[in-house]
Design a binder for this molecule. Structure first.
Ligand SMILES: Cc1cc2nc3c(=O)[nH]c(=O)nc-3n(C[C@H](O)[C@H](O)[C@H](O)COP(=O)(O)OP(=O)(O)OC[C@H]3O[C@@H](n4cnc5c(N)ncnc54)[C@H](O)[C@@H]3O)c2cc1C
Length: 324
């Protein structure tokens, strides 16, 4: 017999675990189903910009969020969600090993950055090779960097690194940079930026940390550049096949959300990198996860005829309106 919960959360990254903490504290039954603990947090050995902590790491934050969630009696299972369907007014969640039912769902399935596909690439991850320029550019103050990638992702990478690095190479396959014309014009004027069009990266090497990249152009001609950091901005994979028939997905493959993590389906809420929010960062994922969790809680309370925690409660006493 399929187990039943009030709310099921898909994903144990910062968005899913934050949603879980806010729901579990309200003492409703909640299950997090995730392929792993932490999601992209596992790619962050040095975390500098999570407010309230001077220095942390992604895996440590994941473990702390998990312990906090479990301490409020939230439940967790490691599995892959394959399909969510609506069956007789309930949400049925089919995983690779089991089936569950819930009254509401929070989707926090995040994303996974694309890599270049070089044989030894993973061995240099966070040892000179990076997949999030806005996260890691500040580590390269006054150093030599290269960015490789596509469209607006590459443009943003070049702009951020041109402010930090002493030298910033930008490598791309096409003959021209794509994106906003004014931003491209300002990049072209910067003395520390060198554009390398019609090119790709053939190899990377170094002694423990990244030291060199080999760039090949359309004619097959190769050159080696000495760099301290390589920023790979090839976009990300978001896999929402399991829910795509129930919610609106935008052209970037993200779930369209309104405030409070509301989606186009009344029983499905969403938060974090798999959604249409700008500035995809941990603190945003946590904040939006909390909001989506509370919206899901309010939804199930309303089904029971209870008030829940309303975002719009107010009370007037005399001339003063108190907002809760
Ligand atoms: C290299 C790198 C460095 C970064 N550095 C920083 C930084 O320094 N500071 C910062 O603020 N942000 C940083 N970020 C961004 C930050 O990691 C993300 O914004 C944040 O992790 C998003 O959280 P999330 O919970 O939405 O998604 P994720 O962290 O991607 O978690 C999603 C979870 O969902 C699970 N999942 C997905 N599909 C399924 C399924 N079908 N069934 C079950 N489970 C599923 C995954 O296994 C994962 O556990 C970095 C990102 C990268 C890639």
């Amino acid at each position: 017999m399929a187990q039943e919960y009030e709310i099921i959360i898909v994903g144990a990254g910062p968005a899913g675990l934050s949603a879980g903490i806010y729901i579990a504290r309200q003492q409703v039954s909640v299950l997090v189903i995730s392929k792993d603990l932490g999601g992209q947090l596992n790619l962050i050995p040095k975390l500098e910009n999570y407010p309230g902590t001077i220095m942390s790491s992604g895996p440590l934050l994941a473990k702390t969020l998990e312990s906090q969630f479990l301490s409020f009696k939230g439940e967790m299972t490691y599995d892959t969600v394959e399909k969510i369907e609506e069956v007789e007014g309930k949400m049925k969640v089919k995983t690779s090993r089991s089936e569950y039912f819930a009254k509401a769902i929070v989707v926090a399935a995040g994303k996974v950055p694309n890599n270049l596909g070089l044989e030894n690439e993973s061995q240099f991850a966070n040892k000179g090779v990076h997949y999030c320029t806005k996260c890691d550019a500040p580590f390269y103050q006054g150093r030599t960097t290269a960015s490789v990638g596509v469209g607006a992702y590459l443009l943003e990478s070049g702009i951020l690194l041109s402010r930090m690095a002493s030298k910033a190479y930008m490598i791309y396959k096409g003959g021209k940079l794509g994106g906003d014309k004014d931003l491209i014009a300002s990049l072209e004027k910067k003395e520390n930026v060198e554009l390398i069009p019609s090119s790709s990266i053939k190899a990377i090497s170094g002694n423990g940390t990244l030291q060199q990249i080999t760039v090949v152009d359309a004619t097959g001609s190769e050159k080696t550049l000495q760099v301290d950091g390589l920023f790979i901005e090839m976009g990300s994979k978001i896999n929402l096949d399991f829910v795509k028939d129930l919610v609106t997905i935008n052209t970037k493959g993200e779930i369209e959300i309104e405030s409070g993590g509301k989606t186009s389906h009344p029983a499905i809420f969403a938060a974090g990198d798999a959604t249409s929010i700008p500035y995809k960062q941990i603190v945003a994922a946590c904040g939006d996860g909390a909001a989506a969790g509370l919206s899901a809680f309010n939804y199930v309370e309303k089904l029971k005829g209870k008030p829940g925690i309303r975002a719009d409660w107010k009370k007037q006493i005399g001339d003063t309106v108190f907002h809760y």
